[in-house]
Design a binder for this molecule. Structure first.
Ligand SMILES: Nc1ncnc2c1ncn2[C@@H]1O[C@H](COP(=O)(O)OP(=O)(O)OP(=O)(O)O)[C@@H](O)[C@H]1O
Length: 272
């Protein structure tokens, strides 16, 4: 399988203070495969994802290479990048609220996106979104389409984004695990939906997760990050069974123990 995305020597820094955030990060993503970004809080996982999509705040600068299907993303003009991101790259943000325009109902957001992407009418867009929202366990989807983002919970907004990704079926889905915005049970349910999303689409996926049980089930390869740098990158079995670095060994052992506990608390008995 060929690489659909190649990240080489990615650096991200805060241009106001000069503080380095992501340092010389390199990894690749194969077509139709699933790559997990793991590492402690603040290690630069979200900033790496946002840099790939050109979604970082204006004061955040990047250097290096991010090659998607032969195109260099970091130097692509904003307009071209926006259109690529709407069509072939799709990011499910950690904070669901920031993905939607607060001044319009979520159905309007979906209609505009699907009109631009497929040329669908409002009715066609609504029909497909209702169908897709049901598959991610959103109740009364027709009613939800008429709601403003602030009327939905963080978990519901995440699911709504997953439902849209299911319809768009982009080449790459980048999914940042919900952490702070959601309670533990909702986090677990949303991660289940990410799992389903990967199975149902032929998209390649990069996902950020703190739960190595989920990583074990979903990922083909893993990038381990610490303090903005890549500690280890490789196929899942290598990272889980033969970690080369001390930090990876530590992460795998502690997180697996936590994952097991997490499932026990939730009443599940699936092994990590
Ligand atoms: N908008 C911003 N401006 C400046 N620095 C930022 C901004 N957002 C994040 N950072 C810094 O970048 C670093 C990496 O943050 P990032 O959100 O990528 O970590 P993470 O690994 O995704 O953490 P978590 O697992 O908690 O989401 C942090 O030290 C943070 O302070």
């Amino acid at each position: 399988m060929k690489n659909i995305l190649q990240v080489n020597g990615l650096n991200v820094w805060d241009s106001r203070s000069g503080e380095a955030i992501v340092k010389d990060v390199s990894f690749s993503l194969k077509e139709h495969s699933c790559l997990a970004l793991v590492g402690e809080s603040g290690s630069g996982k979200s900033m790496t994802c946002k840099a790939i999509m050109g979604l970082n705040r204006p004061w955040i600068s990047c250097s290096g290479r991010v090659e998607f299907d032969g195109q260099e993303l970091l130097t692509l003009p904003q307009q071209k990048l926006r259109s690529l991101c709407g069509n072939r790259l799709c990011m499910i943000l950690q904070d669901g609220m920031s993905a939607f325009d607060p001044s319009c109902v979520i159905g309007q957001h979906f209609r505009e996106t699907l009109k631009e992407h497929f040329g669908w009418t409002a009715q066609q867009a609504d029909e497909r979104m209702v169908e897709s929202m049901l598959t991610v366990m959103l109740k009364n989807p027709a009613g939800l389409l008429k709601k403003y983002p602030h009327q939905l919970s963080g978990g519901m907004l995440q699911r709504a984004m997953i439902a849209l990704a299911l319809v768009l079926e982009p080449d790459i889905i980048i999914a940042d695990e919900p952490t702070t915005a959601l309670d533990t049970i909702t986090q677990f349910e949303v991660m289940e939906q990410f799992t389903a999303l990967q199975k149902r689409t032929s998209s390649a996926m990069i996902f950020v997760s703190h739960d190595l049980g989920v990583v074990n089930r979903l990922a083909d390869s893993v990038v381990v990050m610490k303090n903005g740098s890549v500690v280890e990158f490789g196929p899942l079995p290598d990272i889980f069974e033969h970690p080369q670095q001390e930090y990876t060994r530590y992460l795998v052992s502690t997180r697996q123990a936590l994952g097991t506990r997490f499932r026990q608390v939730l009443g599940g008995n699936e092994p990590c």
